[in-house]
Write a protein that binds this ligand. Sequence first.
Ligand code: ATP
Ligand code: MG
Length: 431
Amino acid sequence: LDPLWDAGLDVVRKLEAQGYQAYLVGGCVRDRLMGRKLHDIDIATSAKPEEVTRAFARTLPTGIKHGTVTVMENGVPFEVTTFRREGGYSDGRRPDEVAFVGELREDLARRDFTFNAMAFGSDGRVVDPFGGRDALRAGVVQCVGDASERFGEDALRMLRAVRFAAEFGFELLPDVWEAIVCHRAKLSQVAVERVCAEWDKTMAGNGPEQGCHYLFKSGLLGYVKEPLPASVLHAAERYRLNGAGWEWDAWGSGEATGSGVSLPPLPLCGDVDVRWTALLCGIGVSSADAAELFRVLRLGGKRTDRVRSAVGLHERMSGCAEDERYEQWLFGVLDFGAGSAEDWLAATEPADGELAELCRGWMRAIPATAASALDVRGDELAKALGRPAGPWVAELLRALLEAVAFDEIANSKTELLAAAKQWTERADGRA
Ligand code: ATP
Ligand code: MG
């Protein structure tokens, strides 16, 4: 029982009461049949946009030229779109019952995958002319019609195929896979924003590893309109040529057996940027290239900084010898901050749980991970030392923080001030 679904059916019935045909369509029908949570409702109707607008008290002209009107009912939006066929939405003639059925079928025929090309009527019947339910039962992504033709029409569908397969844990049917490999160069016709949205959604979904497997293995990434950093493309290429599966071998080096690259296990509990971090660390991308990838994908400054920093910490941890780990980790936590350390731990956990546990323990033992957590403030230092504030304050705080982190002095005002005095006197003596 999903109130959103019932509310959608109410909108359908209101349209029918006015003499129009109307159906729930697309993703919501698929998700309903799969028992997944619904997030929005699309409705297809024979009513023209102006007729839809007239039929409801509150509407928004969200996409009139595509025939879409958003109907607001109890504060919930429903996308109501006039039946469309390939060339546009339906012409003005008043079709009879049979023609209406033909219109619904045409509307469904232009959709991408069979499980996205189903409709649900107020009579409780599923309209499924292309075998969407069979595809759901079989767990496969199947195009409506000829896969090669459909990807040729709209290259974005290749990324959607990958996303749905990953999200549902489905397989791409062989013809779908072959059509992707065949048409992958057409991805360069798709706006980077759309590519980014699909890849990012795939990363955030249920099967980011499977999604990356398809993206890397297909060679699609080599055809993003703006070139991705060379290290990302290189890893994708090595995976495409040699990577067999998910097995992960040598965390840190980005090297797998042979000359291929394996994809790292991606944390499913972490948020999407932790997953990105795990992916980029796992395939051996530098923090600079991670930031460049995020710039190309337009994932925003905040997210870029976060991932750059966590990958930076990884560079440090993977580049050091085992007996330097403790020291590098503590310095890393202080340099990159506790937030980045948490991100890196979450990203590392599935690939190297032992290392993550070790570092987590070390981090828990750090009495202070930021100057702000010290028991002395900059102005107190300046006052106690009788000097005007300047850049030296931040430097001194950092030195005190290191001493506290490495357990050389306690995080108490008296000890901190005493150490500060001692150090400055010593420095003055030397000068
Ligand atoms: P979700 O919203 O869960 O990502 P969805 O299936 O609802 O999945 P939308 O992008 O919201 O995806 O699109 C709604 C419907 O429109 C789809 O179910 C599909 O029928 C159709 N559709 C969307 N994009 C395309 C496309 N590029 N080519 C053909 N049909 C499409
Ligand atoms: Mg949708």
